[in-house]
Design a protein around this ligand. Structure first.
Ligand code: NAI
Length: 216
């Protein structure tokens, strides 16, 4: 099935996914857009509009079947796949990501870390070995690695990303403050915690000024 869904809707999907999983854990089988609106914070019409993108889930007078919707959103998000993943940079951030078990349970199988520091190479974070960055290209090709998480200082990021692209990586989860330029077939998702922090500071400032805060 081919469909064109806006990035704005896609950015909201993980939130639907999280809330629907919570509902399933509480054995809630169905929910109206109005009830979903109360817990998730989007308006009921926004929810109906969003979910209409994926076919007629909601039924008049019934609401949404939570399990069906959860499964469909999981499929749309590609969460039924398993992604072999590596982390580039075994410093503070790389180690924190390697230590978080939740990624594995969502299908992101972290296989190894890579670093340039000889004192780190050969060590393990949990059961994951830290390899020499020199061997990155070979490893990606030999181990069917789909995703690389970039957690190194910005100066070498573009050249390492080029190597990853040459080795056939599919996606890069980029934490470094660099806008990567890569062939179109490599998908890059940037994460900048500071942007989120600045949004918080904006909202705190608005509140201090007595302004009404924007809706979700
Ligand atoms: P860190 O200094 O603790 O770790 C960086 C690691 O990268 C070190 O182990 C170092 O040996 C390794 N490294 C350096 N050059 C390398 C290369 N060419 N190849 C392989 N490994 C190499 O730094 P930290 O705090 O973990 O931050 C890492 C990156 O993540 C930085 O670019 C930082 O700006 C970024 N960052 C981004 C955040 C975000 O919200 N996007 C939040 C925190 C950090």
């Amino acid at each position: 099935m081919s469909r064109k869904i806006s990035m704005a809707v896609i950015r909201r999907l993980p939130k639907y996914h999280r809330y629907l999983r919570d509902l399933l854990e509480k054995d809630v089988n169905r929910i109206s857009s109005k009830e979903l609106s109360k817990i998730i914070g989007f308006t009921a019409s926004q929810i109906r509009q969003d979910l209409n993108n994926f076919g007629g889930f909601g039924q008049q007078g019934y609401g949404y079947n939570v399990e069906e919707l959860y499964k469909e959103i999981s499929t749309i998000l590609g969460l039924e796949e398993e992604y072999n993943t590596i982390i580039i940079g075994a410093g503070n951030l790389g180690q924190a990501i390697a230590n978080y078990a939740g990624f594995r349970s969502s299908g992101f199988r972290i296989k190894a870390l890579f670093d340039i520091n000889p004192r780190l190479i050969g060590l393990k974070i949990r059961e994951l070995e830290i390899f020499d960055i020199e061997d990155i290209k070979e490893y990606v090709t030999a181990n069917n690695i789909k995703i690389a998480v970039i957690c190194i200082p910005k100066d070498k990021v573009q050249s390492i990303a080029n190597e990853l692209a040459d080795a056939g990586i599919s996606g890069i989860w980029n934490f470094a403050p660099v806008d990567l330029e890569l062939p179109e077939d490599v998908i890059v998702e940037n994460v900048h915690l500071t942007e989120s922090l600045f949004t918080l500071s904006y909202l705190l400032n608005e509140k201090k000024l007595g302004h009404e805060l924007p809706e979700e």
